[in-house]
Design a protein around this ligand. Sequence first.
Ligand code: PDD
Length: 285
Amino acid sequence: MSIAYVNGAFVPLEEARISPLDRGFLFGDGIYEVIPYYNRKPVGFALHMQRMINGLKALEIKCEKSIDEWRQLLDSLIDQNEGSNFGVYLHVSRGADTKRFHAYPENVEPTIFAFTFGIKDPEPVDRSAVHAYKVSSTEDLRWKRCNIKSTSLLGNVMHFQQGHASGNNEILLYNQKNELTEGSSCNVFIVKDGTVITPVEDNQILPGITRRIIIDSIKADGSIPVEERTITMDEVRNADEIWITSSSKEIAPVTRLDDQPVGNGEVGPVWEKAFRIYTDRKFDY
Ligand code: PDD
């Protein structure tokens, strides 16, 4: 049975309860993280927690735990749960007030909720055996603060559903200038003539931890050029390779975009090289 953490107590997940007046429930007023663990070891723990701390600060939610304190709390949760590969979902909302009123209330304790869920083994570092993704694309209709990992995910959910309903695994998003932003639940990379390219970190994308680890590990390795810059959708459609990245997907190759083949329609060699570098180094972050 899965054990969850809610406001200081460890309880079976099915028995976890929060108030319907919780602002996370009423307004999506909260921040969340998903931290991947392989063989019970986290990838990018401090980076995930620093992003959470930044998000809480942006929302002025007063939850003063340090990265070490978060580590202790989540280690206790993990000790009570089984499994080798799992994600930890961690959620901090502003908490439950006595009324529904938009302004931030004072003297309300944040609600902290965490649970673990199983994730698959990593994909093989083998371009002929890896699972390839099929994606569609659409204009990004979310808000202008996508850098905040907010629990208000309706914009992302509606976009994901749009891709899902048309038989795709994900949907790539572009702004009004026809520039790539990200996927509805992932970051996006393209490869052109051997160079790996991904959009810059700004308010149009989530600063993904997997994205960061990929860029830093590829740079540290030094064998593949990497650029962070604006990418037009024309470049995406003419790319040799497209990858989507997240804590649960790691680096997933995309071989079809809007029912057209990406490059030659096969998983590319740069994916395999980059995924090997990432796999070798991911626990260093
Ligand atoms: N999604 N962009 C968006 C919109 C995301 O929701 C995610 C992650 C990412 C990748 O971030 P990271 O590499 O830090 O996981 C980018 C998570 C996993 C989710 O909502 O389940």
